[in-house]
Design a protein around this ligand. Sequence first.
Ligand code: IPE
Ligand code: IPE
Ligand code: MG
Length: 226
Amino acid sequence: MESLSKLPVHVTFIMDGNGRWARQRGKERVEGHFEGVESVRAVMQTSHELGIRYISFFAFSEENWNRSEAEVTALMGLMLRAMEKELPTFIGNGVRFRVIGNRARLSEELNATIDRIEASTAGGSHMTIIIFLSYSGKWDIQQAAERMAETGGRKIEDFLATAGIPDPDLMIRTSGEQRISNYMLWQLAYTEFVFTDTLWPDFRKQEYLAALEEYASRDRRFGKVK
Ligand code: IPE
Ligand code: IPE
Ligand code: MG
C-alpha cells in the first residue's frame, strides 16, 4: 500500500445519506441509521489497522434537533446503545473516546453515559475517536469567544471544544452533498475534502481506502509556494 504512505493524522466524516439509503429500500429512516452504525464500525476498524491516530464523526448537528421527535429519540437511543456496546472494544484497543458538542441539550442519561465512557477510556493512547453530538461550528466559535472574554484568554484554539485535538487533515462527506453544514468551521481551514456519492450506510472499507488514496495524491501547500 505504498500510495497510503501519506496517512492523515485526523480523518473526519460527515456521515450523510442514511435516510435516502432507507427510502431507496422502502424502509423507515431509522433503519438507515442502524445500518450507518455498521459503517462507523468498519471505519473504526480500518483506521485502527492503518494506525490513524484521530477519527471523528459528525453524528448529530444542532440543526438536527429540528427533525421529528421520533427520529431524534431514535437517534439518541441508538447513540446510547452503540457507545455502551463499543466500550469493551475501546478499552481493549487503547481507544480514547470523546464526545464534543452542546452537552446541555442532551438528556441526563446520555450525559451520564458519555461521562462514564470518557472517564474509563481517558488513558487510551493508541487512537482517539470523537463523536460530534449536538454540535455546530458556529456554536463552538461562540462558546469559545464567550469563555475567552470571561477569562481574558488570547488564543481561540484553546477555547474551542476541540482544544488539544489536531485539526482534521481529511474530511470525507458521503451522499453527494458538497457543503459543510455548520461543521467545524474554524478547524477545517486547511483540511482536504473528499466528497463521494456513496450513501453513508454503503461506505465501507474499500470506499475508505479509495478516499485515503485520493488524500495521499493531494498536494497540500498551506499558502506557501513549493
Ligand atoms: C445522516 O443521514 C445522519 C444524520 C444527519 C443524523 P441523514 O439522516 O441526513 O440522511 P439523508 O440526508 O436524509 O439521506
Ligand atoms: C449533516 O447532515 C449533519 C450530520 C451528518 C450529523 P444533514 O443531513 O443534517 O445536512 P444538510 O441538512 O443536508 O445540510
Ligand atoms: Mg442528510
